[in-house]
Design a protein around this ligand. Structure first.
Ligand SMILES: Nc1ncnc2c1ncn2[C@@H]1O[C@H](COP(=O)(O)OP(=O)(O)OP(=O)(O)O)[C@@H](O)[C@H]1O
Length: 261
């Protein structure tokens, strides 16, 4: 068994081995080789259409690679019953309460949907005393927090997020980034996060991968060696090293976008 295969059987590990994906005649992704150890916060950045969402869907098991293999926990990913998923739109059920949405996710995951467990998950994302409200009675930022709580209800070490904060105003977005950073540190989940924002990538990621224009391949694979806890968000963003990392990622994104033009 290779070291990549050994890493892949550890819960929360992801391996992509020679992965390519085509839609008809269009090669959207690949080849990509990537090993993500458990607990890593990997951010995928790149120009529109470079294949970020396709890579995420391959890891979620919604797409099968045209070539190569994807493994999560050493197995082919299982669509539907696999990782916790968060999308750009919260996709909550409007006929259910906030707590009802989280309870449904717990039941779907085969876990007891007790009031205590629902409150605990809502508390994790900073939501208190809104469990009895309808989803349309809370703000867009709060709805996205519910979507994250629902994803955390899934008993799986993987959390996959596709531009979850893109539709939010700047201040709400920053607050959710801070909370997600803390949630990921507290839960130890492996996160894969897709974004267009270089700042968001460097703030959230413990590793940032910049993709080339279609087909998406790895142009830059950068470890973000910033403290994961114990430093306030404003302080972190003010560090010279934060600015240096942001400049490095930004330059790679611009170079790749220019190549696409
Ligand atoms: N279901 C599909 N059928 C055909 N082509 C597709 C399909 N989904 C995506 N594509 C194409 O594959 C390429 C990669 O798309 P993908 O959505 O993965 O990129 P992306 O980097 O996430 O883009 P964006 O940042 O705009 O969301 C694009 O050229 C897109 O048009």
């Amino acid at each position: 068994m290779s070291s990549a295969e050994q890493a892949a059987v550890i819960p929360g590990a992801i391996t992509l081995d020679g992965v390519e994906h085509r839609y008809g005649d269009v090669t959207a992704v690949g080849p990509v080789d990537l090993t993500v150890p458990p607990g890593e916060f990997l951010v995928l950045v790149g120009a529109s259409g470079c294949g970020k969402s396709t890579l995420l869907r391959l890891i979620a098991g919604f797409e099968e690679p045209t070539r190569g293999t994807v493994r999560t926990d050493g197995r082919a990913p299982m669509p539907g019953r696999g990782a916790g998923l968060v999308f750009q739109q919260p996709r909550l059920f409007p006929w259910k309460t906030v707590g009802g949405n989280v309870a449904l996710a717990l039941r779907y995951a085969g876990e007891p949907a007790t009031a205590g467990r629902v409150d605990e998950l809502l508390g994790r994302v900073g939501l208190h005393d809104v469990g009895g409200r309808r989803t349309w009675q809370i703000s867009g930022g709060q709805q996205q927090r519910v979507a994250i709580a629902r994803a955390l209800a899934v008993d799986n070490p993987l959390l996959l997020l596709d531009e979850p904060f893109a539709a939010l105003d700047a201040l709400t977005r920053e607050r959710l980034q801070e909370d997600l950073r803390n949630v990921s540190a507290a839960t130890g989940r492996t996160c894969v996060f897709v974004t267009h924002s270089v700042d968001e990538a460097v703030f959230l990621g413990s590793r940032v991968v910049v993709l080339t224009p279609r087909p998406g391949r790895i142009a830059l694979d950068l470890a973000v060696d910033l403290p994961r806890s114990g430093v306030a968000a404003a302080e972190l963003r003010g560090l010279p090293h934060f600015a240096a990392l942001r400049a490095e990622v930004g330059a790679a994104v611009r170079t790749e976008a220019a190549a696409a033009a």
